[in-house]
Design a protein around this ligand. Structure first.
Ligand SMILES: [Zn+2]
Length: 173
């Protein structure tokens, strides 16, 4: 898998049945759910942004964002499922309910998430499923965050200069 987004798009296809098997109308919105990975400034693992297009026939759109700091497939899929719960919640209730209230809890627990609703994790059954999917999809791609990449270049440039200076000094001595 070439990058985290490609990985999560494959994972999303495996996540979809979790929702419709539990009676949530994921098929009504699945096509409008986008997934991206980025550096999130806050200490969040992910979030889901909902918008309604201002077309003649307005359409609900969802953008799921997963933090680059999540660096293994298992946790990334857990976060993905949490964010899909948010999109289903929005589809069912729009902005009329609390983000992690009882409506969210009902969706999250039905698909196998447990723990504090602001920071859910997979229950035993869901863990087994995710482990299976991981075997199928393969390794979660390691993607350097922008900060890490810049740091790496700084090191390369610093050593480059030291090397050049040493060469110059050697030539003149
Ligand atoms: Zn949440």
């Amino acid at each position: 898998m070439k990058n985290k987004e490609a990985y999560l798009k494959v994972a999303f296809q495996k996540v979809i049945p979790l929702f419709y098997e539990n009676g949530f109308p994921i098929d009504e919105i699945a096509e409008n759910i986008g997934i991206t990975c980025t550096d999130i400034r806050k200490s969040w693992d992910g979030y889901c942004q909902q918008t309604i297009s201002d077309d003649y026939y307005p359409e609900e759109k969802y953008q799921i964002v997963i933090s680059n700091s999540v660096d293994n497939g298992f946790n990334a899929i857990e976060v993905l499922i949490h964010e899909v719960c948010h999109s289903i919640q929005y589809h069912l209730y729009q902005g009329n309910v609390k983000p992690h209230g009882k409506e969210f809890k009902a969706i999250a627990e039905a698909v196998g998430l447990t723990g504090r609703m602001t920071q859910t994790y997979a229950d035993t059954d869901l863990k087994i499923k995710i482990r299976e999917w991981e075997k199928d999809i393969g390794e979660y791609p390691h993607q350097h965050s922008l900060g890490e990449t810049l740091e790496k270049w700084e090191i390369i440039l610093t050593f480059g200069w030291i090397y050049l200076l040493t060469m110059l000094v050697n030539n003149f001595s």
